[in-house]
Write a protein that binds this ligand. Sequence first.
Ligand SMILES: Nc1ncnc2c1ncn2[C@@H]1O[C@H](COP(=O)(O)OP(=O)(O)OP(=O)(O)O)[C@@H](O)[C@H]1O
Length: 233
Amino acid sequence: MLEVENIETFYGKSQALFGVSLEVCEGEVVTLLGRNGMGKSTTVRSIMGLSPVRSGRITFAGTAIHGLPSYAIARLGIGLVPEGRQIFPNLTVRENMLATAANRLGVKTPYTLDRVLAIFPRLAERLGHFGNQLSGGEQQMLAVVRALMTNPRLLILDEATEGLAPLIRQEIWRALTLLRENGHAILLIDKNLDALVQIADRHCIMENGRIVWRGTSEDLTADDTLKSRYLGV
Ligand SMILES: Nc1ncnc2c1ncn2[C@@H]1O[C@H](COP(=O)(O)OP(=O)(O)OP(=O)(O)O)[C@@H](O)[C@H]1O
């Protein structure tokens, strides 16, 4: 579904990605792992057209998307939950949810307020609150909901649970597990390895702008050297 082939991305003269390739298939959950500054967010930004790639190729559902503007990429069916969430602070929760709602791909049973609130019941109690009145965890849930309301084929989460309290993290993991069971393809960045090996099919580890390891949850769980060398755990 998503194929990233050998991309190189620069910030000015400084090269951040050196030939990154990865793939996410229909219904698959794939993670991007690595210490801070290794290029995970830049990879996501490159996929979304926010940091244009200088070379390489990105295709999504058969369409070449490198070089397209971000809005066009989103419209093809990629829902991004960005690092920092970026929800609208002066809109209510309900307004935030509806602001991006669309069914451009003609999904048979599109997400509605009721459906997303069933996944994140905590937000049902907050519908009239403004974005800036929410806790960090509630903002993250709202950011996921906002992406879901676009009815994407692929959901990308950059730092899915960073800085959140353990109970809230569990709620996010529970919701992502539900989405996975509903057949969503997800590309996931997070540092919470225990949860990631439960939810994901495959993992890619980045170091200095390159993917240096790929494998399954079993491979990753079994390899302590890998975890300490690349992930610092
Ligand atoms: N806006 C920017 N301008 C210049 N350099 C940047 C910019 N954003 C990131 N970089 C550099 O690109 C490299 C990759 O950063 P990136 O944010 O993609 O890493 P990351 O793995 O997502 O890390 P983190 O977990 O800290 O978000 C780093 O060397 C970083 O300093």
